[in-house]
Design a binder for this molecule. Structure first.
Ligand SMILES: *[C@@H]1O[C@H](CO)[C@@H](O)[C@H](O)[C@H]1NC(C)=O
Length: 718
C-alpha cells in the first residue's frame, strides 16, 4: 500500500520534541494576554488580568473570590512534552497579598497530579512563610525536579495556595524553564488537536460509517495496511466513484479551520500504470446563502474498472486555529520562545529617583539578507540599506563554484573578499553558499568533462580552495545545494558516498562552520517536505555532519501559514535547527507582499525549531524576482514590504523600555522585564540624568538573567 497525503503526513504530530537551549514553558508567562485554560487560570476562584499593579509589562493576574485556602492561580503543565519526569526546572513567580497587613502567611506552590485510575497525588514545590501584605511583591523561586510516577499521568497542575480564602492574590512574572542547559527538551509545536473525526477509520470489523458512492464496498480481510481489514471499492461506475463517509458539518468540520487528512491506498488493477488517487470533500448546500447541509469525504481518481483498497483513514483538526486567530496564537508562542526575564539590580544607597532605559541593540534570532557582491563594494546606497536593515548575510552568487572558477584553474575571489570584509567590519555574520550545487544545469561547463575519481579530486580541491580560504570566517556552509533536485556528483563520480563525503571534507577543512542541507519546495509547498525530512535522516545515518536544515522559502504567493507551521514541524522532527535561508514572496501588490512577508516571518519566529530567516535580496534592480523586493528603483524607495520588515524586526520584535517603577530592596532597586533574546544597552538614570551604562547579552536560558549595575556610593541622588 502507499499513502495518499493531503496537507502532509501524520508522522510526528503530537509529541514532537526538539532539543535546544531552554525556553519558557509557560504560555502567557507575564500575564500580558488573556487568561484561559490554555495558560493561567484560577482554580476555585475568579482570575482576571489586572492592570493597576504589576511587576513587569502592563498587567498581572488577580485571584479573587477564592473559595478556600487551596484556591488560586493554576497552570496545567505539558507533562511528557515540555515538562519531563526526572528533569530539573527553574521556577519563578512574584506574589502580592492584598489584605492581611503585617501578618505573615504561608504561600505554597503545589503540584496536583491526576492519574488514569482517577487517583490524585499532591506534592509541594515550594513553601514560604514570610509573606505579608506589607511586604508588597515577593519573588518565589525554586529549582524543581519533576517527579516520576509508576502510573499513567493524565494531568499535572501547578497552583498557588495558602493565604486565607478572604485574601485576594496578585501574581506576575511567572517562569518555568529547563535547568538542563543544552539537553533541555522544548515542547514541540502541537499542530494536530482533538479526536479522530472519521468513524471506523481502520475498518477493523466491518464497514460501519462508510459507503461506496456508485460502487460496491466490501469489507476486505485478505489485504490491509494494518489491523483486521480494509475497504475494497469495486464495480465502480465512474472515475469519481469511491469509498465515502459523511462528516458532521458544524461540529466535526467547520468553516475557516484547517484539517489534516491521511489515508492508505492500494490499487488492485492496472499493473504498472500510475493513477492519481484523490481525496475530496464534497459539500452540499441547503440554499444560495452557502448554508452547508452535509460534507462527504471520499476517494476517487482511477478509471472505473480499477478496484482499490483504502485503510487507516484519518481526519484531524489542525491546531484548532483559524486563519483569523493564528496571529494571536503566534504572538503567544513568540513570547514563549523568544523572550526571557531580566532582573536589573541597581545597587545604590539611595533608590529614590532611579530609573532605567533599556534598548535592545541586536537580535539573537538571525534576521538577514542575501548580498550581491557585484554591487555591495561600490554602491553606497545598496551598502547603507543593507547594513542598517540586516544583521546576517549570505552570498547570493559569489561563493558558488561556477563564479569562483568559471574556467578551470581561473580562481576568482575579489568580489567575495571585498564584500566579506565590509560585512565583517560591520559585525555581520555571514553564511557560505555554496561549496557544491549538484543540479546539472548549474554546474559549470568545464566540470562536465570530469568523471569518476578525477571528478572527486576536483571536488576535494574545491573544498581546499573555498572552504580553506575562508575557514573561521563563515559561520555556516551550504555544502551541496538542492540535493532533492539534482545529483550530478553522484552520477558523474559513480560514488554513492560522495555527498556524505562532501560534508566530512568540509568539516575537516573548517571545523567551526555549521554545515547545512539547503533546498526548495520544502516549506512553501507540500511536494517535498517529507522527502527532505527523510534526506536529513539519510545523511545523519551515513555519518555526514549535518548540523542545520536550510529551507529556502521562495513563495509564489502569500504563504498559507498553518501549512508552513506544519511543514516546519515535519522538518524539525529530525532534531536539527531550521533556517529559512532564501525567503521571498513574489507578489506584485506591495501591500499583499508585506502581509506575505509577515506571515512567513511570523510562522518562522513563532516556531521553536527555527533560528533564523534570511531573505533572498531586497532591491528590485538586483533581485531574481523584482516583485519580491523591499525597495525600488534608482532612488531606493522603500515600499510597504520594506516598512513591514523594519517594523517587525526593529520595533515589534525588539525590546525598548523605559522603567521607573521597580522594587526597592536593601541594596538598591530592582527592575524586572521580559525581553527578546539579544544584545542590550541599559542606561541607569537618577532624576533623569544618566549615571551609569552597561551592555549585556540576553541569551536563551534557564531562569531570569540577573544584571548587576553597581553605582558608586558618592553619586548624589535625591
Ligand atoms: C525606543 O523608544 C523611544 C521612545 O518611544 C524612542 O524614542 C526610541 O527611538 C526607541 N529606540 C529604538 C532603538 O527603537
Amino acid at each position: 500500500m502507499f499513502r495518499v497525503i493531503v496537507w502532509g503526513a501524520l508522522l510526528f504530530c503530537c509529541q514532537l520534541q526538539y532539543a535546544r537551549a531552554s525556553s519558557e514553558i509557560f504560555r502567557n508567562a507575564g500575564f500580558e494576554g488573556a487568561l484561559g485554560t490554555d495558560n493561567w487560570y484560577c482554580a476555585g476562584c475568579t482570575g482576571e488580568q489586572h492592570l493597576g499593579d504589576k511587576v513587569e509589562g502592563a498587567a498581572s493576574m488577580m485571584a479573587s473570590g477564592r473559595t478556600a485556602e487551596w484556591a488560586g492561580p493554576s497552570y496545567t503543565l505539558p507533562y511528557g512534552r515540555g515538562v519531563l519526569p526526572g528533569q530539573t526546572y527553574e521556577f519563578q513567580i512574584f506574589v502580592k497579598l492584598l489584605s492581611g497587613g503585617a501578618t505573615h502567611v504561608e504561600v505554597k506552590i503545589n503540584l496536583a497530579t491526576t492519574f488514569s485510575d482517577g487517583d490524585v497525588n499532591y506534592q509541594e514545590v515550594k513553601r514560604t512563610d514570610h509573606i505579608s501584605q506589607n511586604h508588597g511583591w515577593e519573588r518565589i523561586t525554586s529549582t524543581w525536579t519533576v517527579p516520576s510516577f509508576d502510573k499513567e499521568v493524565t494531568e499535572m497542575r501547578l497552583y498557588i495556595e495558602g493565604p486565607p480564602a478572604s485574601t485576594d492574590i496578585l501574581v506576575d512574572a511567572a517562569s518555568l524553564t529547563s535547568a538542563e542547559a543544552q539537553a533541555g527538551l522544548v515542547e514541540g509545536l502541537q499542530t494536530v488537536s482533538g479526536a479522530e473525526m472519521v468513524t471506523n477509520p481502520g475498518f477493523e470489523g466491518d464497514l460501519s460509517g462508510w459507503y461506496c458512492m456508485s460502487c460496491t464496498g466490501v469489507h476486505y480481510t485478505q489485504d490491509k495496511h494494518d489491523g483486521g481489514g480494509s475497504m475494497l471499492a469495486q464495480d465502480r461506475t465512474a472515475e469519481w466513484a469511491g469509498p465515502s463517509q459523511d462528516l458532521a458539518w458544524g461540529s466535526a468540520i467547520k468553516s475557516g479551520y484547517t484539517y489534516m487528512f491521511t489515508m492508505w491506498v492500494k490499487l488492485l488493477d492496472g499493473g504498472n500504470t500510475p493513477y492519481n488517487v484523490i481525496a475530496k470533500v464534497n459539500y452540499r448546500f441547503k440554499d444560495y446563502n452557502d448554508w452547508v447541509s452535509s460534507a462527504r469525504l471520499y476517494a476517487e481518481g482511477p478509471p472505473a474498472d480499477v478496484r482499490f483498497l483504502i485503510d487507516d483513514v484519518s481526519f484531524l483538526s489542525f491546531m484548532d486555529v483559524t486563519t483569523d486567530n493564528w496571529w494571536h496564537e503566534s504572538n503567544i508562542r513568540i513570547d514563549q520562545h523568544r523572550k526571557r526575564y531580566v532582573t536589573i539590580r541597581v545597587q545604590t544607597p539611595n533608590a529614590d529617583g532611579i530609573s532605567v532605559e533599556i534598548t535592545q541593540t541586536k537580535s539573537h534570532f538571525a534576521w538577514g539578507c542575501a548580498v550581491n557582491a557585484w554591487i555591495m563594494p561600490d554602491d553606497a546606497r545598496y551598502r547603507d540599506f543593507f547594513l542598517s536593515n540586516f544583521e546576517w548575510a549570505v552570498f547570493e552568487n559569489n561563493l558558488k563554484w561556477t563564479q569562483n572558477e568559471p574556467n578551470e584553474g581561473q580562481l576568482e575571489w575579489g568580489l567575495a573578499d571585498r564584500t566579506l570584509e565590509i560585512l565583517e567590519n560591520a559585525g555581520i555574520p555571514v553564511r557560505g553558499h555554496c561549496v557544491f550545487w549538484g543540479v546539472p544545469e548549474f554546474v559549470q561547463g568545464w566540470l562536465h568533462n570530469y568523471w569518476g575519481g578525477d571528478l572527486e579530486q576536483k571536488c576535494w580541491k574545491r573544498v581546499d580552495d573555498v572552504v580553506g580560504r575562508y575557514a573561521g570566517r563563515l559561520v555556516h556552509w551550504d555544502v551541496n545545494n538542492e540535493m532533492l533536485h539534482g545529483d550530478f556528483y553522484v552520477q558523474h563520480t559513480g560514488s554513492s558516498q560522495i555527498r556524505y563525503e562532501m560534508f566530512r571534507k568540509v568539516k575537516e577543512k573548517d571545523p567551526t562552520a555549521k554545515l547545512f542541507l539547503n533546498d526548495y519546495n520544502v516549506v512553501s509547498y507540500w511536494g517535498e517536505t517529507n522527502a527532505y525530512a527523510n534526506q536529513i535522516s539519510e545523511f545523519l545515518d551515513n555519518g555526514a555532519p549535518v548540523e542545520g536544515v536550510g529551507a529556502q522559502g521562495h513563495f509564489g504567493q502569500r504563504p498559507d501559514t498553518v501549512n508552513v507551521l506544519h511543514r516546519l514541524n515535519v522538518l524539525s522532527s529530525r532534531g536539527l535547527p531550521i533556517w529559512i535561508t532564501e525567503l521571498d514572496v513574489n507578489e506584485p501588490n506591495e501591500y499583499v507582499r508585506a502581509d506575505g512577508y509577515e506571515d512567513a516571518m511570523r510562522a518562522a519566529f513563532s516556531h521553536p525549531a527555527v533560528e533564523g530567516v534570511l531573505i533572498w535580496g531586497f532591491w528590485d534592480q538586483a533581485h531574481w524576482r523584482p516583485n519580491a523586493a523591499l525597495v525600488n528603483g534608482d532612488h531606493f524607495g522603500i515600499n510597504e514590504a520594506g516598512r513591514r520588515w523594519q517594523r517587525l524586526v526593529f520595533n515589534d520584535w525588539r525590546t525598548n523600555l523605559s522603567l521607573t517603577d521597580g522594587i526597592v530592596t536593601p541594596e538598591g532597586k530592582e527592575f524586572i522585564f521580559r525581553g527578546f533574546h539579544g544584545n542590550y544597552e541599559v542606561k541607569v538614570k537618577s532624576h533623569g540624568q544618566v549615571v551609569a551604562t552597561k551592555t549585556f547579552y540576553l541569551s536563551p536560558g534557564a531562569g531570569a538573567l540577573t544584571v548587576d549595575v553597581t553605582m558608586p556610593n558618592d553619586i548624589i541622588v535625591g
